[in-house]
Design a protein around this ligand. Structure first.
Ligand code: ZN
Ligand code: ZN
Length: 136
């Protein structure tokens, strides 16, 4: 049986659910994803475009379409969290992995635009780990 996963934005305005059946899971290291996320890479999972039920806040979702590259991002107008969107080709729903409350079955398969990887990413993954804030 396919599990149902829930997701949403940080402020709680936008909530959705979808079935745990995904096509691909990739980490994108391109310059644009770094800017859009403010972090080292975007973690996106794709699924069928109709595999989503919006429960609240769909009117709070804005979508940015990049003018030259095939590139979109949906986000909550209140808190800015990344949210699922249908790709420009209209073939798939792209789900930011961090927008899910539950872990999906699928694991990351590809690091794309690896040539643009942040110079500090590999040192960051090796840096000392703390369960919460660092003890200072
Ligand atoms: Zn929000
Ligand atoms: Zn990218």
């Amino acid at each position: 049986m396919v599990k149902t996963l829930t997701g949403g934005c940080l402020c709680g305005a936008v909530t959705f659910s979808l079935e745990d059946r995904f096509k691909s899971f990739y980490l994108c290291h391109c310059k644009q994803c770094k800017q859009l996320t403010g972090s080292a890479f975007a973690a996106n999972i794709t699924t069928d475009k109709d595999n989503i039920t919006w429960h609240s806040g769909q009117d709070k979702v804005s979508t940015y379409e990049h003018s030259s590259r095939v590139f979109s991002k949906s986000f909550c107008q209140v808190c800015g969290s990344a949210l699922p969107f249908i790709n420009k080709a209209g073939t798939s729903l792209v789900v930011p992995a961090g927008s899910l409350n539950d872990p999906p079955e699928i694991k990351p398969q590809e690091n794309i635009f690896a040539s643009e990887e942040a110079s500090w990413l590999s040192d960051g993954t090796k840096a000392k780990k703390f369960p919460g804030f660092a003890n200072k």
